[in-house]
Design a protein around this ligand. Sequence first.
Ligand code: UD1
Length: 418
Amino acid sequence: MDKLKIRGGRPLHGDIAISGAKNAALPEMCAALLTAEPVHLVNVPRLHDVRTMRRLLDHMGVTTQTHGERGGMSFVAPDTLSPEASYELVKTMRASVLVLGPLLARFGRARVSLPGGCAIGARPVDQHIKGLQAMGAEVRVEHGYVHATVPRLKGARLFTDMVTVTGTENLMMAAALADGETVIENAAREPEVVDLANCLVAMGAQISGAGSDVIRIRGVERLHGATHRIMPDRIETGTYLCAAAVTGGAVRLTGTSSCYLDAVIDKLMDAGCEVVSERDAIRLSAPARLNAVSLRTSPYPAFPTDMQAQFMAINCVANGVAMIRETIFENRFMHAVELQRLGADIRIDGNTAVVQGVAKLEGATVMATDLRASASLVVAGLVAEGETVIERIYHLDRGYERLEAKLAALGAKVRRLA
Ligand code: UD1
């Protein structure tokens, strides 16, 4: 199994390009299920999760093709496809549940495996199901599968108990082909929801309010093909900003924008970094040692849970004490024990971690447990003295395109070991 070896202690310098957003690509690939016409996506990141979603769509009978160097991918979902997603494919990626809304809306039936457990928490899909039922679907959960049928979904007023990103996306896609108007209240405001809405609008959907907590969708009879460019990955952007910050480096990230990252950039500035926004780029330069920064994760536009682990890593070597509170997922501190193996001083109490900055971390062998946990180990490894070996880096391949090449372009010493 692949491992990543990092020799720490070199400040990162230089320019790299940020890839398209994984969390926009996955729902937008599923949006192609809403029409028989071709949907072309541009700036699709080459990631393990994207390949998994492609396999899932292929398996149903969608024709998928990649084009050229710029991450072009096209999808044609014929009327004859089989609206089923099996456990074998769904179990490895929770976002697979995003096929449910589009399949039901277009084919009137869907059989989709429940995503099952996940390292970072229970993560049920009850809100997705509740919304589809409110739109008239009959839904049964049997033998680990969601079976849903409906002659045609009907517009409805939907309210989710908590803010859910993929829940909002699933219901927005379903509502695009429903009969009448759907209002999603307490909707997720994440930029990826807006990007999906833009993609759906390009396909002929009538959607307003995406980016606010009330989204209105007027259902149409049919959607058509479209070309859509996927937004930049704000979590990849934030991860490289942390990597540069912790090493006392100076980097310029291109093909991205600070407008998606206010909460993250605010914290980096509190930590002592200088951050400059350009039109399609962000520049960061960092002091030799950062100040500790406390934070609390919350739905967008507050601080993202997907950046919590990376900030824990930078706090490990900062000046002072940081309190990190995780409010989205109940089991998202698994990186803490691995960071402790590198010499970090972290105490966990329920959903709060107290990180006392230490003068230095020391390289060791550590284990990646999930995607963002593994990103925090990379950030820590870049500043640790000596060699850090990260095991199970397939987690990183789920969300970071060409990670070693990008880090090497910034001057890091990294190598993949088979
Ligand atoms: C998405 C992102 C993920 C990010 C997360 C939170 C994608 C593909 N993934 O995940 O990277 O970490 O948002 O920003 O976009 N919940 C329920 N019932 C439901 C749905 C959610 O209880 O039906 C709970 C979850 O367990 C969690 C919280 O709501 O505690 C938020 O989860 P949600 O926003 O749905 O996360 P995902 O959409 O799976």
